[in-house]
Design a binder for this molecule. Sequence first.
Ligand SMILES: *[C@@H]1O[C@H](CO)[C@@H](O)[C@H](O)[C@H]1NC(C)=O
Ligand SMILES: *[C@@H]1O[C@H](CO)[C@@H](O)[C@H](O)[C@H]1NC(C)=O
Ligand SMILES: *[C@@H]1O[C@H](CO)[C@@H](O)[C@H](O)[C@H]1NC(C)=O
Ligand SMILES: *[C@@H]1O[C@H](CO)[C@@H](O)[C@H](O)[C@H]1NC(C)=O
Ligand SMILES: *[C@@H]1O[C@H](CO)[C@@H](O)[C@H](O)[C@H]1NC(C)=O
Length: 570
Amino acid sequence: MRRRRKTVEVAVIRRLLTFAICAIALIGFLSVHIYVAPLHKLSRLHLKNHNRHTTHREDVTDDEIKSSIITEQSSKRNFSRPESIKARFISDYKKNEIQYQSSASEYINNTHEQVPAHFSTNPSSKLNVTSKTPDFDKLWKPPPNRNFVPCVNPNPNYTPSLESRGYLLVHTNGGLNQMRAGICDMVAIARIINATLVVPELDKRSFWQDSSKFKDVFDEDHFINALSKDVKVIKKLPKGISGLTKVVKHFKSYSGLSYYQKEIASMWDEYKVIRAAKSDSRLVNNNLPPDIQKLRCRACYEALRFSHKIETMGKLLVDRMRSYGLYIALHLRYEKDMLAFSGCNHGLSASEAAELRKIRQNTAYWKVKDIDGKVQRLKGFCPLTPKEVGILLTALGYSSNTPIYIAAGEIYGGESRLASTLGSRFSMLMSKEKLATKEELKPFMNHSTQMAALDYIVSIESDVFIPSYSGNMARAVEGHRRYLGHRKTISPDRKGIVRLIDKIGRGAEKDNRQVYEKIIEIHKTRQGSPRRRTGPATGAKGLERHRSEESFYENPLPECLCQRDPSRRR
Ligand SMILES: *[C@@H]1O[C@H](CO)[C@@H](O)[C@H](O)[C@H]1NC(C)=O
Ligand SMILES: *[C@@H]1O[C@H](CO)[C@@H](O)[C@H](O)[C@H]1NC(C)=O
Ligand SMILES: *[C@@H]1O[C@H](CO)[C@@H](O)[C@H](O)[C@H]1NC(C)=O
Ligand SMILES: *[C@@H]1O[C@H](CO)[C@@H](O)[C@H](O)[C@H]1NC(C)=O
Ligand SMILES: *[C@@H]1O[C@H](CO)[C@@H](O)[C@H](O)[C@H]1NC(C)=O
């Protein structure tokens, strides 16, 4: 009898508990539901926030959505941007500049290492994350950095700028990130051949058709001053030396020290001005003296800074992105040129595939014309599609209201493709066009290099960076994030991902969760933690050997990142 009463009591308690759990779950569901507002609602919500009408946030009606689209411009103008935030950024910027100048002036001191101050030391530490979920660490925590810190000071017997034997003019080529790497290499080359470097000219003829000059994109004076102990840099060839002998030279790609010391430096006997016709991949990745490698890092991560105008706008975008919380920067290389060049047409309509094929046929400098997109994709050579990226992010556990910054030019298929693929899983897709007003973006709009620089800044400062393809931008940002303290960078295993995703498509896996777990598994070692740069592919010879190496700027370890205290190795 007593025993029976006890079981009844237990049953009642169990029912109460079940009810309580259900209630909590329901509340949780509702609050998530409120959060998962589509983009256009979002700015509306902000507007309401500002106007202190926050009580009925969940009751956004369709009419309001429509009116919010119409008033988008006005709501954007208000949107998360009290003037004080702007002012704070500008003053932070100035403060950093002063800090940086003092550290730059004593950089020959080996005992004094620090992260350059113009990027924050730890992006997530700025935020007060109060609602840590159980998955928080898995999703956002940077990988262990095992005490690796920048070590870019030259060794004690490094001589300040050597006597110049002539002038090095540089014509850079490619988009922003290819030019960046080329400029840093040319600094090192100028040092090797004892040249005075004239501030490089940016590429105006490439695919990107941008008329920007060096000083529009980079801080020219800072570049010159920061390198003053390494290489003499001047703004232009001095006047009145027109009688000097000049030569235009294509430096051999992936060349080492002896090529520059012998073959190129011997040209000083005949010429006083050497003009490098191209800047990309002219210097080998490995087997250079440590002082030259460290100089490449000082050039790229300390001397080469964006112009004040770009830095200020970049910080503003970062600040607006942060107002949504921790965020992912997604480099979605799903742009027309990329797809046409690579022949990747998975998920496209027949007419889109035909359009891309035609572009490829008609572009003379793309040598390979017949490409089987299916084969390329299965080999992992295609950028992930927006849909595939969506599945990847879901598999990794990011919730549908995770703020995502799309770092890209125009997505092929436009906003509607983005909305119907990635947007159906993730509601907070942002971009510079959505975060800033037309008016604010206007100075950058017709300059693809400057627009790319804004994406670069937001990507560097993101809590998590994910590139959908391993191109120049992906490599540059990944390396810079390593340098700044191994910020979390997820490098998708594209080959593994497409195979697993195809399993879901074929229905071969009943439960998506199993596929998701495999996706998590193959990315455990792709989080951006410290490791040595990988060498050439086995069996590769000659140029191919150099080409197959991991790029210096993708991972400047071991030369520019050293372990502070090896005894604390984990
Ligand atoms: C913000 O928007 C509201 C409504 O559109 C407008 O009345 C107000 O003047 C705006 N405030 C600022 C600072 O632009
Ligand atoms: C190098 O740094 C140490 C420690 O910060 C300092 O005591 C020393 O004066 C510095 N030397 C130079 C040449 O700046
Ligand atoms: C962060 O949040 C905690 C708890 O909510 C609070 O006590 C603390 O003051 C906050 N810190 C900052 C810097 O806002
Ligand atoms: C550069 O100058 C240094 C010091 O004067 C000299 O030792 C070196 O051989 C020079 N290098 C070249 C390539 O001229
Ligand atoms: C950008 O270029 C286009 C076409 O060359 C021109 O019509 C437009 O006015 C330019 N916009 C700005 C903001 O300079």
